[in-house]
Design a protein. Sequence first.
Length: 430
Amino acid sequence: MPTLTIFNDAAAHAEAPAAAAPESARPIPAVVGADLEVPVKGGRLVRYANLDYAASAPCLEPVSAAVAAALPAYSSVHRGAGYASQLTTARYEQARHTVRAFVGARPSDAVIFTRNTTDATNLLARCLPAGTTVVVFDTEHHASLLPWAEAVRLAPPAFPGEAVRAADEALAAIDGPKLLVVTAASNVTGELWPIAALAHIAHRHGARILVDAAQLVPHRRLNLTALDLDYVAFSGHKLYAPFGAGALVGRGDWLAGGEPYLKGGGAVRAVGEEAEWHEDPEPRHEAGTPNVLGAIALAAACDALSATGWTVLVREEERLLARLRAGLATIEGVRELALWGDDHPRVGIVSFTVDGHTAREVAEALSGEYGIGVRDGKFCAHPFVRHLLGTADGGCEDGTASAVRASIGIGTTQEHVDRLIEALRAIVSR
């Protein structure tokens, strides 16, 4: 039987400058479904323009290939002596090391595979020390806004420095354990948050910080250690690995001290009159048979992005994002939503309203007439969207209190962007 090797050194997953081709020469991987055709009004078929990456990104071809390669030997993990079980266990644990390296985690950090970002934040919420107070902005996605038993909610800050000041004041007023929760990149506006400064403020007050990196890691490199973050959470389905896995990465002590997220096989050392739970947070919170293929897919996406190199990925995204925003600015009645102004750095996400049309009307017209997929609604960030729109109320189905969101990523083309601009121009001219 061949030896099964698992690398523990994060450097083993880093790009090797001597052997690697220049980033400009590395091809961007293709996505599955790039040639999808969809029906539009009149019965025609047109090539689909997917501009809904912020909801769920398509699968990268290397990710699909990694899952296909793992399937023939798919088996149980951690508890089987057979070759297939040993190989699957090695692949699963290798995936953990790959994810750790991808986010620049410390060697001692736990990497717990979850279903998605929402699952990851809820897991951490269950592990907070008794009496922990959470400080969170009303600009957050519901996954970061809602799981906490004791929370201080802060109003949307007028500028990045105001976010740091507000967090500083809120944390200073809290006694006992405390956690600051903040996004790295807004799922509504794409704007980047000052997470390094916020981490510094949190630690100055003896608090920890959890960063929702769901919208950041598909677009930018993240180094948890360099930024001095305590926890990060993200989802595979936004990272071109739509196989039902996400991750919570961070310090192990709170996780080791919390109740097991699920209670069952794999989370225990032994069961007698009482259960003896694992102290290691990874098995402690991964009871039952885990989503092995999801973890393998997530790691494959991390490897594919790292191998391509962030320079070429960011350059192409910024080119398309600039074209999209410039085009929207030329259409009368279209208003882009932003918290901190047009010039603030952002990832490939743009939300906007169209005068005289509800968000749902616009999204349905784009899909039914032009074969363009966008998102409409409040994007699971109701308080933030209402703030940006200046509306005090309005349910999720209230089109007057909603917006349209176009988001781009690997697989987005200039033709997709131009088609959206021309379609919106036609819609507003009716």
